[in-house]
Design a protein. Structure first.
Length: 481
């Protein structure tokens, strides 16, 4: 279980805290949450008709003010609202502490009045993320799961929701646990070698250790490599529409969004800056970016737009490169290869789209017979008419499959930048371990890098996380979470 150092921090953990856990504003119902040693006792003071709460069972009751009458000890109670209260005893609650959840009507006045009543009786208003922080500190969640709560709250589509749920339910934690077990196995073998070094006992030869390092490195690299896709799914997969002027890039953007988002004109160079909008297909959010036409230009503004287009392509996960369907094969290949030289598309999913198929010569398109090939890589091609909508459904399917084909079967992807940076440190440490073993560096020196790898892994799960790091993490949460 994580520990909190410092008297001030320990005292805060003994407080009973409260907050409105539903979104700010007026609604049909709002929920006020209390957590801490006095949660149930405090709630009972305002519900005189309730003698006690049955754990995990909703109780309907009146929530009353407690008003002092003059200087006497007599008190009168006036009804504030009719509420439904649910009690969760420790440790079987979200925070691992005694928790009360009071569902009231969504009036702003009622919400604030209930909070004020609770504060007047000694509870404290929760800090941002303090409920989830307490869940972490009580051992109910590890740190990566706690961060998944924030991702779950922020999820805006089915794909990002699925990743957050997978991480919250421990799928990602299992990968980290397996990685830790391998690191501990390797560390143990090296430590034993150190302990018995004077007795010339060998518990594992260097080839066996190198093989174990290779397993750990591959697992770490796989997690690191998944960050780009995981982060893209979390924030929206960036898709760049590129090509020369007047090939129909803006028309394609409008066709995908099903609205006139970009100005369409026969005048070349109409789009001089990137235009971005979001599109959700089968639960996956895409950020579609329409770019300026790629050509040589003396116009200062257009040149800046083209430079921004190249940057948008380089940041994209998927690139849709448009050409005119009536172009000859050799022209298409030259133009496409020239584009690939200008913009780095290595590792990206690139689709060559032959647009204006409705205006292509009879007998079909010239240029679609074979996909342009760069080295050993052949690119996908697709025939569309953005103007009339032909092939748009197939393009949408292609976008979805481009993401799904990279998804691991258990949805285990790194989506958190902090985790990615820690994994990068582990990867570097394991590279040093590998070099040390191959160069027959003494085991005590190799062990230093192994301990560093274990330290960075502990930073992800929260086993070695400092209080200031926790404060930074949980400050991203809303007050009621």
């Amino acid at each position: 279980m994580p520990t909190v150092s410092g008297t001030k921090e320990e005292n805060k953990m003994n407080d009973t805290i409260c907050a409105v856990s539903t979104p700010a504003g007026v609604g049909g119902v709002a929920m006020v949450r209390l957590s801490g040693p006095q949660a149930k006792e405090t709630a009972l003071k305002f519900m005189p008709s309730v003698k006690d709460f049955t754990p995990r069972r909703a109780t309907f009751a009146g929530f009353h003010f407690i008003d002092a009458v003059g200087t006497s000890s007599l008190r009168q109670r006036s009804l504030l609202d009719e509420v439904v209260a649910t009690y969760f005893p420790a440790p079987h609650s979200y925070t691992g502490e005694e928790v009360m959840e009071i569902s009231c009507h969504g009036s702003l006045y009622v919400q604030q009045a209930i909070l004020q009543c609770l504060i007047d009786e000694g509870t404290r208003l929760a800090e941002p993320g303090e409920f989830t922080r307490r869940a972490f500190l009580s051992g109910r969640l590890n740190l990566s799961q706690a961060e998944a709560v924030a991702d779950l709250v922020d999820s805006v589509n089915a794909a990002s929701h699925r990743l957050a749920i997978s991480q919250l339910r421990g799928g990602y934690c299992k990968e980290l646990s397996d990685l830790r077990a391998k690191l501990l196995e390797l560390t143990s073998l090296l430590e034993l070698e150190l302990d018995f070094s004077e007795e010339d006992v060998e518990f594992a030869d260097r080839h066996q250790l190198i093989g174990l390092v290779d397993v750990i490195s591959k697992k770490t690299n796989a997690l690191c490599d998944g960050f780009r896709l995981g982060n893209a799914i979390k924030k929206g997969v960036p898709v760049a529409i590129a090509g020369r002027p007047n090939v129909g890039k803006s028309t394609l953007l409008n066709a995908l969004l099903k609205e006139d988002r970009a100005i369409v004109s026969s005048v070349p160079g109409t789009t001089r800056d990137t235009i971005e909008d979001s599109l959700t297909l089968e639960g996956i959010q895409f950020r579609i970016v329409d770019t300026a036409g790629l050509r040589n230009s003396d116009d200062v503004i257009e040149r800046e737009g083209i430079a921004r287009s190249i940057k948008a392509v380089e940041k994209a996960q998927i690139v849709l490169y448009l050409v005119d369907a009536s172009m000859k094969t050799e022209i298409v290949e030259y133009e496409f290869k020239d584009f690939c030289r200008q913009a780095s598309v290595m590792g990206k999913n690139v689709v060559l789209i032959f647009n204006k198929s409705d205006a292509a010569p009879s007998g079909g398109m010239r240029g679609v017979a074979s996909a342009p090939q760069m080295g050993e890589r052949a690119y996908q091609t697709l025939r569309v008419s953005a103007k009339f909508g032909d092939g748009i459904g197939e393009l949408e399917h292609m976008l979805v499959e481009a993401v799904r084909s990279q998804m691991p079967p258990d949805d285990t992807l790194v989506t958190n930048l902090r985790h990615f940076e820690a994994l990068g440190h582990i990867r570097d440490a394991m590279q040093h371990v590998d070099e040390g073993l191959r160069q027959k560096v003494p085991a005590d020196l190799v062990s230093i890098d192994l301990r560093a790898a274990l330290h960075y892994l502990g930073e992800i799960t929260g086993e070695v996380t400092a209080n200031e790091v926790l404060g930074n993490i949980f400050s991203r949460f809303c007050v009621g979470k």
